[in-house]
Design a protein around this ligand. Structure first.
Ligand code: NAD
Length: 274
C-alpha cells in the first residue's frame, strides 16, 4: 500500500450491506464520481466490475477497493465501442457469475459555441454521453431479461435540465439521457428492470482539472471553486463525489424499489430557482 496521508473519500462511511451479494458494472470507475461510487458499492457488499478507458490514477480503483477489503475487477473499456461494452458484461458474468446493476457514468464534454464544433468533436460527445448508454444497455439487457430483474442507472447532469453557456453537445446529450431513462423505464418495468438517472450539480472531480485527470495535489483554483460553489445556489459549496455516490447507492439498492424513470437531482440547490 502507498503511504497516503489522507483518505481521498472522507465522506464515505462504513458499509451497511445495502448491496450485499450484488454484482455491479460501473463505467468511468477510475476517477471522480465513478470512483467514489465503485468504492461505496464495494463497501456495501457489491462485487464491482470497474470499467475505464484509463488506469493512470494511482491506486487503480480495484486496488483501492481491495485495500478496503472489498471485491472488484478492473476492465479497460472504451464505452463508445460495442465490443468493449459486450466485454464488460462478459467480465461480470465470467468473474462473478451474475450482473445486477449497470451504472453508465463515463461522460464528458467540449465547451464551445455550436458553430465552432467540428464533426469529430460533436460525435465525440454524442458517442461518449449518449451512444455509450445505448451500447451498454444493449449488452446488459439480455441478461436482465433472462433473470427478469435488473437495475440501470446513468449519470445525466443538471445541464440536462438547464442550459449552460457554450456547452451545446453536453446539454443536448444529458437532456437525452433524462428522457431515455423514462423511455427505457416504461419498456422494461414490466420485466422487473428499473431505470433511473442522477443529475449532479457542480461536483469537484478531476474532470475540472483537465483531461487526462491529474491526481492529488492539483486542486481547483480558488476562483474556479468559488464559481462552482456559487452555481450550487442554495448550499453555496461545491459537491463531493461521495455525495453523488450515496444518491446512486439509493437508486441501486432495494430501498428505492418503487422508483423508476426518475432523474434524481443532487445539486446543492442549483436548479431550484430561475
Ligand atoms: N463533475 C461534475 O460537476 C459533474 C456534474 C454533472 C454531471 N457529471 C457527469 O458525471 C460523470 C462523471 O464525471 P466526473 O466529473 O466524475 O469526471 P472524471 O473525468 O473525474 O471521470 C470520468 C471517467 O470516465 C472515464 N472515461 C472517459 N471516456 C471514457 C470512455 N470512452 N470509456 C470508458 N471510460 C471513459 C475517464 O477516464 C474518467 O476516469 C460524467 O458523465 C459527467 O458528465 C459531472
Amino acid at each position: 500500500m502507498e503511504n497516503r496521508v489522507t483518505d481521498e473519500h472522507p465522506g464515505l462511511g462504513k458499509g451497511l450491506g445495502r448491496l450485499q451479494g450484488r454484482v455491479a458494472i460501473i463505467t468511468g470507475a477510475n476517477s471522480g464520481i465513478g470512483r467514489a461510487t465503485a468504492r461505496l458499492f464495494a463497501r456495501e457488499g457489491a462485487k464491482v466490475v470497474c470499467c475505464d478507458i484509463q488506469e493512470s490514477i494511482s491506486p487503480r480503483i480495484d486496488r483501492l477497493i481491495e485495500e478496503d477489503g472489498g471485491q472488484a475487477v478492473f476492465a479497460r473499456i472504451d464505452v463508445t465501442a460495442q465490443a468493449d461494452c459486450d466485454r464488460m458484461v462478459a467480465t461480470a458474468l465470467e468473474s462473478y457469475g451474475d450482473l445486477d446493476i449497470l451504472y453508465n457514468n463515463a461522460g464528458g464534454g467540449v465547451r464551445k459555441m455550436i458553430h465552432e464544433f467540428t464533426d469529430e468533436e460533436w460525435s465525440f460527445v454524442v458517442n461518449l454521453n449518449l451512444n455509450a448508454i445505448f451500447r451498454g444497455v444493449r449488452a446488459a439487457i439480455p441478461h436482465f431479461l433472462k433473470k427478469q430483474s435488473g437495475n440501470i442507472i446513468s449519470t445525466a447532469s443538471t445541464f440536462g435540465l438547464l442550459a449552460s453557456e457554450r456547452y451545446p453537445a453536453y446539454c443536448a446529450t444529458k437532456a437525452a439521457i433524462v428522457n431515455l431513462t423514462r423511455q427505457m423505464a416504461l419498456d422494461y418495468g414490466p420485466k422487473g428492470i428499473r431505470v433511473n438517472c442522477v443529475c449532479p450539480g457542480s461536483i469537484e472531480t478531476p474532470r475540472f482539472r483537465g483531461f487526462p485527470p491529474r491526481s492529488a495535489g492539483s486542486d481547483l483554483s480558488e476562483e474556479q471553486r468559488a464559481r462552482m460553489a456559487a452555481s450550487n445556489r442554495a448550499l453555496q459549496r461545491v459537491g463531493r463525489p461521495e455525495e453523488i455516490a450515496y444518491a446512486v447507492l439509493f437508486l441501486a439498492s432495494d430501498e428505492s424499489s418503487l422508483i423508476t424513470g426518475h432523474a434524481l437531482v443532487v445539486d446543492g440547490g442549483q436548479t431550484i430557482d430561475a
